[in-house]
Design a protein around this ligand. Structure first.
Ligand code: ATP
Ligand code: MG
Length: 384
């Protein structure tokens, strides 16, 4: 009896004519995720089978697959020849030692000599005869034995459904550039759009030497966590040290964060064009801090000329964001106490509802285009 993993898709089947394309991308994403582990992926109607893996790697395979968007559910199954004796032996193997159960048969092979009801009844009967501690309850059983009689002369026997990550295969909804800080919010924002099928590249701004190298490592670790879900990511790292020094020297300190954000967005748009991203993504949540009032958002949004800025967390409370951060495995990294560039030269009272007129007056004190070019020249790219 061979152990296999059945992988079922989620929304892919909704995509009509594009179905073939979605399935291909989905298959490639699974290959990337399982890279380095022995396996074979076989496409069947409406599902995939993972076969020929080392059984001791099964937990590793499952935990990797749990990050693949597009998977609705998975089952570890025994694959046997479609004869009643082999099916019974496998059913015995996956069956609990005690409790109430029901056998559910799905017969794709319509030429099999018994119908679904007959198969369930015979296997159920033999299990009862074999083990006195079992009883049948067809309405609310404690567990189910599932028999999937395939067209190719094999039957898959399993007893559990493992929940998948849901969503759509990464790569089927274009590409975005995530502004990633070392905080809690931005990795969650990237995760949410990856779940909707978007490939996510990242850009991070630092103020070395005001921010330290541990802050940089922290962001690399966060981008790596995200990369596990987005089937790889490129992290663009850019220095805004000169920009902050210039703002500090020449502008009203209350506008530090507001002005810095405008530089970040403008630089991010240029990098997005270079890497083929079709939108910017941020972890902003309305009203969370001074720079995230609608006035602050209007200010940073207005420097982006040709791309939409997606803010998937806009309507979320901090607790909801933290919950998602924990479940994606980023929270413990995000709360490491290293400084982000936004806390460097931080004014005691940042401007909360800046008018565009006052922002532009402050910005006019700077040589914006030169500062942007200088900043772009510090670009480093890390592939994760
Ligand atoms: P986060 O937890 O993502 O840092 P936050 O609540 O701390 O969010 P801010 O610091 O105001 O919010 O940042 C708002 C958004 O601006 C972030 O979610 C992120 O998208 C972007 N951002 C802030 N700092 C940086 C940075 N150093 N590099 C790249 N993007 C940044
Ligand atoms: Mg932050």
């Amino acid at each position: 009896m061979e152990k296999v993993i059945i992988v079922r898709y989620s929304e892919i089947h909704l995509k009509g004519k594009n179905r073939g394309y979605f399935e291909r991308v989905f298959g490639i994403n699974m290959e990337k995720t399982l890279k380095g582990l022995k396996h074979e992926i076989r496409r069947q109607s409406g599902r995939y089978l993972i076969e020929n893996f080392d059984v001791e790697c099964i937990d590793d395979i499952l935990s990797r697959l749990k990050k693949v968007f597009g998977i609705h559910s998975m089952s570890v199954a025994l694959k046997v020849n479609s004869d009643m004796e082999s099916i019974f032996v496998a059913a015995k193997d996956v069956c609990n030692k005690t409790g109430t159960f029901k056998v559910v048969t799905h017969r794709a092979d319509k030429t099999f000599y018994l119908n679904s009801m007959q198969i369930s009844a015979q296997i159920g009967g033999r299990l009862l005869a074999y083990n006195n501690n079992l009883s049948v309850d067809v309405h609310s059983p404690q567990f189910e034995i599932n028999l999937d009689v395939r067209e190719n002369g094999t039957t898959l026997v399993f007893n559990e459904f493992i929940k998948g990550a849901g969503g759509m295969p990464v790569g089927t909804s274009g590409k975005g550039l995530l502004l990633i800080s070392g905080g809690i919010d931005s990795p969650v924002a990237g995760h949410m759009l990856a779940k909707r099928g978007m490939s996510v590249d990242c850009i991070h701004f630092h103020s070395y030497p005001y921010t330290n190298l541990q802050a940089r490592d922290k962001v690399i670790s966060l981008a790596k966590v995200l990369s596990g879900f987005s089937c790889g990511t490129k992290l663009h790292i850019v220095s805004v040290t000169r920009i902050q020094e210039e703002i500090h020297k020449k502008c009203n300190g209350e506008y530090m964060v507001t002005l810095l954000r405008r530089f970040m967005f403008a630089i991010a748009e240029k990098i997005a064009e270079r890497c083929g991203a079709q939108c910017l993504i941020t972890g902003e949540s309305l009203g969370q801090v001074a720079s995230q009032t609608i006035e602050g958002i209007t200010s940073s949004n207005s420097v982006v000329n040709s791309l939409p800025v997606l803010r998937p967390l806009c309507g979320f409370d901090k607790e909801e964001i933290i919950e998602r951060s924990r479940s994606m495995g980023a929270f413990e990294i995000s709360i490491q106490p290293y400084e982000d560039c936004c806390t460097v030269f931080l004014p005691r009272h940042p401007v909360i509802k800046p008018t565009m007129k006052s922002i532009l007056e402050e910005e006019a004190k700077l040589d914006v285009q030169t500062l942007i070019s200088e900043s772009l020249s510090t670009l480093e790219i890390v592939s994760l």
